[in-house]
Design a protein around this ligand. Structure first.
Ligand SMILES: NC(=O)c1ccc[n+]([C@@H]2O[C@H](COP(=O)([O-])OP(=O)(O)OC[C@H]3O[C@@H](n4cnc5c(N)ncnc54)[C@H](OP(=O)(O)O)[C@@H]3O)[C@@H](O)[C@H]2O)c1
Length: 234
């Protein structure tokens, strides 16, 4: 039974990933900022998989909170076998109107947060020689520019580049890194905006791709996986 850490596991794609890993018999630890959201997701998951799942408040945009999570994992001797870097923040709008604070928050959440989690999970003191699989939920906005995506696309492209570098550095050290690039997916990230949700993918489709990366044969590494809605971009 592997131990899976999912950032932003309280909703959307992260919650769909938690459901899938739990159904496969893995242990899941998930985190997010909003305690109520975490507790509500935990209630649902615990009911179906008692004793297999835990949640912790951790804002990945805050270095101290990720450090505290790492200290707790070491104190509890809980090495992570699969890290799903899923937490994300989407503030849409024109670049010329973007605000410093929003740009900083997306940079911290989308780039520094995953890097911080990678560091704690790849730490030899925690891993004790175990292999680590990392799956990053990036976005097609890292591959193609879309108007009104503001800083979001740039932060996702930066995350992809950062994780490509980490893959090159770590693949011979037992750390294997997959980048998943989903297109539009029906989740709370859209903030209830008036859109044609029937044309989007469902969160479970993306979770299936994440799980496939984590489950690839030990002789194979899915380096990149791009998923778009069946009818293409919205
Ligand atoms: N939906 C799409 O169309 C789409 C497409 C491509 C990529 N993605 C990516 O997929 C990932 C999951 O998003 P989603 O679509 O499933 O939306 P979502 O339901 O809003 O999920 C995002 C999750 O991230 C958590 N989160 C946000 N900031 C955080 C932080 N600083 N620290 C810890 N947790 C944080 C949120 O929980 P709290 O608010 O409680 O912290 C939430 O549970 C994101 O990286 C997103 O960019 C989504």
């Amino acid at each position: 039974m592997r131990q899976v850490l999912i950032s932003g596991g309280g909703s959307g794609i992260g919650l769909a990933c938690a459901r899938r890993f739990l159904a496969a018999g893995e242990r899941v630890l998930f985190c997010g900022r909003n305690r109520e959201r975490l507790e509500s997701a935990l209630r649902e998951l615990e009911a179906a998989h008692p004793g297999q799942v835990a949640a912790r408040v951790c804002d990945v945009s805050r270095a101290a909170e990720v450090t505290a999570l790492g200290q707790w994992l070491r104190a509890e001797a809980l090495p992570i076998d699969v890290l799903v870097n899923n937490a994300g923040l989407f503030v849409a709008g024109s670049l010329l109107k973007a605000e410093e604070e929003q740009a900083q928050a997306m940079w911290e959440t989308q780039v520094l947060g995953p890097w911080r989690l990678l560091k704690i999970c790849a730490d030899p003191a925690l891993r004790q020689g175990r292999p680590l699989r990392v799956v990053n939920v990036i976005s097609v906005t890292a591959l193609k520019a879309y108007a009104a995506c503001g800083f979001y696309g740039a932060t996702k492209a930066a995350l992809a580049s950062l994780m490509d570098t980490a893959r090159a550095e770590l693949r011979d050290k037992g750390v294997e890194i997959s980048n998943v690039y989903p297109g539009a997916t029906e989740t709370p990230i859209w903030g209830g905006r008036e859109l044609d949700y029937s044309k989007m993918m469902d969160a479970d489709a993306v979770a299936a791709a994440v799980q496939a990366c984590a489950d690839a044969s030990s002789r194979a590494l899915v380096e990149e996986l791009v998923l778009r809605p069946a009818s293409g971009d919205l």
